[in-house]
Design a protein around this ligand. Structure first.
Ligand SMILES: Nc1ccn([C@@H]2O[C@H](COP(=O)(O)OP(=O)(O)OP(=O)(O)O)[C@@H](O)[C@H]2O)c(=O)n1
Ligand SMILES: C[C@](O)(CO)[C@H](O)COP(=O)(O)O
Length: 235
């Protein structure tokens, strides 16, 4: 008898947004009339594949209870951690009583509100038969330079360099093991790097270039533009 595959999501949303230089964590800045985090959760829910979404928020976060979406029964919260990886592991632990090791978990940054359901389905379908999983990523269209103290050391073959995005989709048990074993390692800035450290080779799936991460002040206007553009073809 074939086992039903369940899909779960973890949304790390416990950052402070230092680089954004705003009066509140960037996931709570308004974007097209809603907080960034709410836009992101609306996108994830719109795919209609996740049994539950665990959002890692800072303990005592005063902004979270204000979101209109907090009462959606598909959403639970988990206490965020010191680093992004800690927050993700906390989200995984919050799903421990429901998720099976072979289930898929999508980890998606709260700060990436322009994700489309199409890219969620693309990642799901491209990796459906993979034993480990993989990530959405973007190829490099510019010439790439390796630099040391503002001096060019060499030009890197751009065909071997991709920029990691999220969601990153991995088997629940494997990801939980990898993040547990690599906890505290500052080199772990995404889920794939934890799997790589354990010797696995996650897959790359080319995603949409408008799936940007809101990091610096200028990114908010760009995200608003992308949401407007997406609304035109989603109509
Ligand atoms: N301890 C942390 C750090 C980050 N994040 C989340 O991880 C995502 C990507 O991290 P990043 O863009 O670096 O967000 P911040 O850490 O908030 O940004 P900064 O480095 O500028 O402070 C964000 O949705 C952020 O909320 C998290 O859940 N827990
Ligand atoms: C996970 C990620 O968005 C992939 O590009 C990125 O590593 C997050 O990095 P940050 O420094 O925590 O924003």
């Amino acid at each position: 008898m074939t086992q039903t595959t369940h899909y779960w999501a973890v949304v790390p949303a416990a950052g402070v947004g230092k680089r954004m230089q705003a009066d509140r964590p960037k996931q709570y800045l308004l974007l097209a009339g809603k907080p960034v985090l709410e836009q992101t959760l609306i996108r994830l829910l719109s795919a209609n594949i996740f049994s539950q979404i665990a959002v890692a928020i800072t303990p005592g976060d005063p902004y979270w209870p204000e979101l209109a979406i907090v009462n959606d029964t598909r959403i639970i919260t988990a206490p965020g951690g010191t680093e992004r990886a800690d927050s993700v592991l906390s989200g995984l632990n919050a799903l421990a009583d429901k998720a099976s090791d072979q289930d898929w978990v999508f980890v998606h940054d709260a700060a990436r509100p322009c994700l489309t359901a199409m890219d969620i389905y693309l990642l799901r379908d491209e990796l459906a038969n993979e034993p480990v999983g993989g990530i959405l990523a973007l190829p490099s269209h510019d010439t790439l330079k390796q630099v040391d103290a503002r001096s060019i050391m060499q030009t890197i073959d751009r065909n071997t360099i991709w920029r990691a995005l999220t969601p990153q989709m991995f088997r629940y048990g494997l990801l939980k093991q990898a993040l547990t074993e690599t906890a505290g390692n500052p080199a772990i800035t995404d889920e794939a790097s934890a799997l790589e450290l354990l010797g696995y080779t996650p897959k790359i799936v080319a995603g949409r270039p408008d799936n940007i991460k809101i990091t610096r002040p200028e990114d908010l206007a760009l995200a608003a533009f992308f949401l407007e553009q997406q609304a035109l073809w989603l109509e």
